[in-house]
Design a protein around this ligand. Structure first.
Ligand code: ADP
Ligand code: MG
Length: 238
């Protein structure tokens, strides 16, 4: 579970093609980082995979099933955004449980999933707190918890750490890698931060102006950048 295939995917807003024919295969369990400058199409790519944005042409398949006409909630995907809206009047427990309540899961199952997520995210002793009583990092973890409990086969993260300070950001990087190791599902992580890409990814996809410039492991990109743009972006000055 968690295999993704994009074939000749394009996206046009008005008459501007913001994603040009993109082919991309993501294997089960990979931690893929989409990296590239602001406006290159990273969020649009994620939103198309999530089904929040229709594609203009091409196909997207998840686990062998074409999902072009499949609703977001039916895709087995959970997305964590940069600006995470928690419900201020609800406890941490209820915030994490929210998608399961909507899906009308049995109480025992909700309890079990929330507690398991809280443990993974080191929030077990904060379950009765309100978001206003948490640190920024803890609030971001609650947002991630809300995605985990749905047990998606694919996680999408859109610059989830960009609102955090530098110390917290590096702490959360380590935690997300740990989370990936323990859950083992496919993660696609969008950032404009090269350091995040180099430290977290099993595979990096470098985007530039709606086009995939190169796909490879951090080491491949560092040692064999396809062109000057990739070299400059990855930080190898050759
Ligand atoms: P990134 O996340 O890499 O910063 P985006 O995917 O948000 O880039 O945007 C890619 C391009 O598509 C940008 O030029 C942006 O202005 C444009 N774009 C994004 N969403 C829309 C929209 N809803 N309508 C028109 N243009 C959009
Ligand atoms: Mg974006």
């Amino acid at each position: 579970m968690g295999h993704l295939k994009l074939q000749a995917v394009t996206k046009t807003f008005g008459n501007v093609e913001v994603i040009r024919a993109t082919d991309l295969t993501i294997e089960e369990g990979e931690f893929v980082v989409f990296v590239g400058p602001s406006g290159c199409g990273k969020s649009t790519m994620l939103r198309m995979i999530a089904g929040l944005e229709e594609i203009s042409s091409g196909t997207i398949a998840i686990d062998g099933r074409v999902v072009n006409d499949i609703a977001p909630v039916e895709r087995g995907i959970a997305m964590v955004f940069q600006s995470y809206a928690l419900y201020p009047h609800m406890t941490v427990f209820e915030n994490i449980a929210f998608p399961l309540r909507v899906a009308k899961l049995a109480k025992g199952e909700v309890d079990q999933r929330v507690r398991r997520a809280a443990e993974l995210l080191k929030l077990s002793d904060r379950l009765e707190y309100k978001p206003g009583e948490l640190s920024g990092g803890q609030r971001q973890r609650v947002a991630i918890g809300r995605a985990i409990v749905r047990e998606p086969s694919v996680f999408l993260f859109d610059e989830p750490l960009s609102n955090l300070d530098a110390a917290l950001r590096s702490e959360m990087r380590v935690e997300l890698s740990r989370l990936h190791a323990s859950l083992g599902n496919t993660m696609i992580y969008v950032t404009h931060d090269q350091i995040e890409a180099m430290t977290m990814a099993t595979k990096i996809v470098v985007l530039r102006a709606g086009r995939v410039e190169q796909v490879g492991s951090p080491l491949e990109l560092f040692h064999k950048p396809a062109n000057r743009f990739v070299a400059g972006f990855i930080g190898n000055p050759t």
